[in-house]
Design a protein around this ligand. Structure first.
Ligand code: NDP
Length: 344
């Protein structure tokens, strides 16, 4: 056993030597031997987090990324990402894999574990103490929060099995396949107008189902729908979905809706949810560390600074309006630059 440990140690030393000789930043031990240390800690392994990690490591800072148990974030669900300028279409998983490889080759260290807490501490040394779910402790001079958001879903019967095959939450990511197809969209807010117009561009035949008697979207934004042939139904709620005769030529995707006239079945090709996002800020430590807005998004300024000096936020966690990979990547890079300026 000890021989295996020695061999592993030898390889680790060689790896550190090679890494150092290539000019990539080195991780130094913390003053407290039970803690590890990095210049910048990135919480979140989606596109914003990985872009922040790459940028800070590339600029010669030590970076640790806490990517959680299921790294990659929302993009992992996209079957085809074709709206990142300069990137040829590929799956979300491929985009993440490349961002991750780029961050690692620049010297970032990725820990596949969730974070239990980030705290500002007054002891000597780097000011932020990060404790992982497994109890490991890290100190960092600056922190980038990039835990992303989660598109809301309805949690109705049949949904879990059909999510990302018949049911989607991102029109730009998954709308291309809707050309000439019958698509139901659930929503009513400004975001649903974006979804409808995107799917309209792709050539979908659309029905919008609004749960209340009117759309919440601003009248000016609703006006953008006036030259489309989208059918809007009010006081209509989806209560279930199912796929019958799956895998046969008779396969049917059925949407069960409750209307003012009773329960009905609608045949469709796809269902898109446009019912908002929830930022991943519900953990108590997030609320203690930084200021959130009324919807739970982290409040940032134009430099991605939060209310806590030394803590920056990027991507969907700090963006109530725009939920796109390219935007998250840019924000992540900007947050990394601000974190570097702070930690220098
Ligand atoms: P919103 O929270 O504003 O709207 C969500 C919509 O989904 C509402 O119509 C809501 O209905 C409906 N909804 C929520 N839950 C359910 C459910 N369980 N079943 C059926 N319907 C449901 O989210 P958006 O993503 O639309 O917008 C988020 C923010 O981004 C807003 O501040 C918006 O103004 C902004 N935005 C601005 C844009 C712009 O161009 N200016 C474009 C896109 C977004 P109900 O009204 O009944 O609650």
């Amino acid at each position: 056993m000890s021989m295996i440990r020695n061999v592993v140690c030898l390889f680790a030393c060689i790896a550190i030597f090679i890494t150092a000789s290539e000019g990539v930043p080195l991780f130094l031990p913390s003053q407290d031997s039970s803690e590890q240390q990095a210049d910048i800690a990135v919480i979140g392994g989606g596109c914003a987090g990985l872009a922040a990690a790459f940028t800070a490591a590339y600029l010669n800072h030590t970076v640790v990324v806490f990517a959680g148990d299921a790294p990659g974030g929302q993009l992992m669900a996209s079957t085809r990402v074709e709206n990142i300028p300069g990137i040829i279409p590929k799956t979300g998983a491929e985009v993440i894999e490349e961002l991750e490889a780029q961050a690692i080759s620049a010297g970032a260290r990725i820990e596949y574990t969730a974070v239990a807490e980030v705290r500002h501490v007054s002891q000597m040394g780097p000011k932020f103490l990060i404790t992982t779910a497994s109890g490991t402790r890290w100190r960092a001079k600056a922190v980038v929060l990039a835990m992303g958001g989660t598109p809301r879903t309805l949690s109705i019967p049949g949904e879990a099995e059909l999510l990302n095959s018949r049911i989607f939450t991102c029109a730009l990511c998954d709308g291309k396949q809707t050309e000439g197809k019958v698509v139901y969209v659930i929503g009513g807010g400004d975001g649903s107008v974006d979804t409808l117009l995107t799917l309209h561009e792709f050539g979908a035949q659309q029905h919008l189902l609004v749960r209340s008697g009117s759309m919440r979207a601003a009248p000016r934004i609703q006006k953008r729908l006036q030259h489309t042939d989208i059918r809007i139904e009010y006081e209509t709620q989806v209560v279930g979905v199912r796929l019958t005769d799956a895998g046969t030529p008779h396969e049917r995707f059925e949407i069960v809706v409750k209307t003012p006239h009773g329960t009905e079945i609608r045949m469709a090709d796809f269902l898109f949810y446009a019912i908002g996002h929830t930022p991943n800020t519900t953990a108590p430590w997030v609320r203690q560390l930084v200021k959130l807005d009324a919807q739970g998004y982290i409040v940032t300024n134009a430099r991605q600074e939060t209310s806590m000096p030394g803590v920056f936020a990027a991507g969907d966690i700090a963006s109530p309006y725009f939920h796109q990979a390219s935007y998250a990547i840019g924000c992540g890079q900007f947050a990394a630059k601000s974190a570097i300026d702070y930690s220098n």
